[in-house]
Design a protein. Sequence first.
Length: 435
Amino acid sequence: MGKATLNLAYISRLLAKLILALGLFLSCGEGGAPGELSATDSLAGIEQADSAYGMDVTGLEEQTYTIASGQSLSGIFGQLGVPDTSARQLISQADTLMDLRSLKAGHTYRVFCRSGPDGKPVCMVYEPNPRSYLVFRWSDSRPEVYKEEKAMRLVQKTAAGIITQSLYQTVVDQGLNPVLCYRLDDIFKWSVDFFALAKGDRFRVVYEEWMADSISLGIERIVAASFLHRGKEQFAYRFEQAGQVGFYDALGQSMKTRFLKAPLEYSRISSKFSKNRMHPVLKRVKPHLGTDYAAPHGTPIVTVADGVVTEARFARGNGNYVKVKHDGTYTTQYLHMSRFAPGIRSGMRVRQGQVIGFVGSTGLATGPHLCYRFWKNGKQVDPFREQPQATVPLDSKHMGIFKAGVDTLSPVLLSISFHENLVREASQTVQLYIP
């Protein structure tokens, strides 16, 4: 056989199209509603060409209509003049391919009509979601509905933003996918306090996104990112080794550290670690060896690191509190909870980020907040003065590959403008991984 091999599926599709080309036409008004069925029209003389939906459209015109409130598929076919028997067959076939209840007011459908003054509808296309579309075609003897998936492309994009209110708001204002906000939080949450961002903080990011036509189907991954927080810029690069994905700085140190930057989503720090503070309830000066986070009643509180619960009880001053021992050096404590999370008790092992209780105002407290306390070698210290400890660093045997990738990605990050988005094909992405 020669290099060109006939594809039977393609031939079958082509023959089906030729047969359907003998079908009946419906007139489409110029920009108006679809017209009535004519039993004498055919597709004679129309050449073949592929549209975005892979159909023969040379000699055809496309018109878009909006689904009205309460309109159903049968109602649309009624406007198109499709015979009742054919309409029932089309609806029966469509019912196996889509949820007919998803036909919602405001959505659009496309009707392809023959060019010319007597333009007649040939078929209809409806997109139930951004990934796929349904083609409805009809004739005297063979109504047909088939579903196709759109061609998807993985594209690389670069974006940047300057914080004015919050990271989320900045991402949305830039017209970016909000998922980027949560992905950036996942990367930098050990080193950036996202609940205390300063106006002027900024980020740059290189990421991959699935696209169909011009519609985003979702973020695939962040490749590299930087975050400038209170004058200090940090860089993170994605690297995969032995099936495990992590983000590392330019020296190969993990972005993930032993302790989270904060144990909850708070609105403000109402009182910092101090050796000399006027107590709001006792009305006298005494040391405040903790950090108070003001937050709404019921806000979840998480443990900042893996450990074992040593205490989970009520005390007159502390109210409901939980104490977690992380190792022989570090212990943390969480005070004034409204209640404990289900299952939290002394002796229980907890994981970093696990909810252990909820914000309240039990004990000596004037309002809902969390008093967070941090012990090092049995002495209470200010957690903000502690140097973060990285978890497992990059394997030294991979450093050569990693640094080569960093040398390529760093200029890309630094070249990103804070006032525009750039798009590149994903094939140009630098992938840092070891199979």
